[in-house]
Design a binder for this molecule. Structure first.
Ligand SMILES: NC(=O)c1ccc[n+]([C@@H]2O[C@H](COP(=O)([O-])OP(=O)(O)OC[C@H]3O[C@@H](n4cnc5c(N)ncnc54)[C@H](O)[C@@H]3O)[C@@H](O)[C@H]2O)c1
Ligand SMILES: [Zn+2]
Ligand SMILES: [Zn+2]
Length: 361
């Protein structure tokens, strides 16, 4: 048995996305079908469409989603039909060497659905990040469903499924921002702003937002930035140093994913500080740095996949803090759109008009 729903695919490199009928198999062992209520448009969806992630076209795009479990396959005990869930792309295996060392956020064998969703002619789809939620329903591994407070709005909750969690986690998990720290965030889109909000939640005393777009810097202030730097007109390294008594920031978070912004992060951090790379580079990008500076400046250079989050630990906690008014996840939703508006949402993202466009069903 299977069912047919509408979904948005990226058919080929740089081709416009389009709405298609998608065939969803009934959930097999360990799988779940989820009725999607909302799914945010993340820069990573655009990377997929541009062929920047891999060439496994056609992609079923969308991966920042919340919805309600419709049905589950054999052996699924953690979720049941009717549960309100955020979809995650880190369903940890519990058995790989990272999991066994007690570091499941580095899990090397995360679970996805084993069966394939297809087009009507049988063409197999590659779901973005193993999710594929620009669709009325999607098939995932049951472990990709994380239950949270059903009182939360789906449009807000879904964002924790990727970019907002990546940003908050880059600050609180990877960067280990603590009370009183100085933090700089380079690139203030959805991910960078989430890092700013995370740094504020963690008690950072100084939060410096860097972007090339003044509109983004204005929004960054509402998220918790105490200072802003437009790096088109001002040298960001000099600016961050002068805002931190000449030292550089304790933690610098790079949320663009380019060699030049990474270098800025590298030189704008205090000696023995931490650089966190959360922006995703493309495969051809190269980084050149004097090795003596890597050595001499000490500290730590980290990358952050998905904010080193553990969905089961972090999603319910952040939804609870949001519901209590301690972090405003609603501020990331710039607009709600329909399934047919995704191409336009990519354009608006590219032009810097939005933090997040969220498809609602
Ligand atoms: N590591 C992860 O797990 C993870 C998860 C989700 C997204 N990402 C990545 O994070 C990055 C940001 O995603 P987003 O959704 O916030 O994208 P976005 O397009 O909304 O934001 C990017 C921001 O960077 C700014 N920018 C561009 N060039 C700049 C420069 N040279 N200097 C300073 N600022 C610059 C833009 O003005 C914009 O505000 C992307 O690379 C995305 O793929 C990573
Ligand atoms: Zn594992
Ligand atoms: Zn994403």
């Amino acid at each position: 048995m299977s069912q047919q729903v509408q979904g948005v695919i990226a058919p080929g490199k740089n081709e416009p996305v389009r709405v298609e009928t998608i065939v969803i198999p009934d959930p097999g062992p360990g799988e779940a079908v989820v009725k999607i209520q909302a799914c945010g448009v993340c820069h990573t969806d655009l990377h997929y469409k541009q062929g920047g992630i891999n060439d496994d076209f056609p992609f079923l795009l969308g991966h920042e989603a919340a919805g309600v479990v419709e049905s589950v396959g054999e052996g699924v005990t953690d979720v049941e039909p009717g549960d309100f869930v955020i979809l995650n792309w880190r369903a940890v295996c519990g058995q790989c060497r990272a999991c066994l060392r007690g570091r499941p956020w580095y899990c090397f064998n995360t679970h996805n659905a084993k069966q394939k969703m297809t087009l009507l002619d049988g063409t197999e789809l590659s779901p973005a990040l193993g999710i594929g939620a620009f669709a009325e329903k999607t098939l995932v591994a049951a472990g990709q469903c994380t239950k949270v407070d059903p009182e939360a709005s789906p449009a807000v909750a879904g964002l924790l499924g990727c970019g907002v969690m990546a940003g908050i986690g880059a600050a609180i998990n990877t960067g280990q921002v603590g009370r009183g720290d100085s933090v700089a965030v380079i690139g203030c889109g959805g991910v960078g702003d989430a890092a700013i909000a995370g740094a504020r939640l963690a008690g950072a005393a100084k939060i410096i937002a860097v972007d090339i777009d003044d509109r983004k810097l204005e929004t960054a202030k509402t998220m918790g930035a105490t200072h802003t730097v437009n790096s088109r007109s001002t040298d960001p390294v000099e600016a961050i140093r002068s805002l931190t008594d000449g030292n550089g920031a304790d933690v610098v978070i790079e949320a663009v994913g380019r060699p030049e912004t990474y270098k800025q992060a590298f030189y704008a951090r205090d000696l023995a500080g931490t650089v966190v790379l959360v922006g995703v580079p493309t495969p051809e990008m190269q980084l050149e740095l004097p090795l003596i500076d890597v050595f001499g400046r000490g500290g730590s250079l980290k990358s952050s996949w998905y904010g080193d989050c553990l969905p089961s630990r972090d999603f319910p906690m952040l939804i609870d803090l949001h519901q209590q008014g301690r972090i405003d996840l609603g501020a990331f939703v710039t607009e709600t759109i329909g399934l047919g508006d995704i191409e336009q949402a990519f354009t608006r993202m590219h032009e810097g008009d939005v933090l997040r466009s969220v498809v609602v069903f």
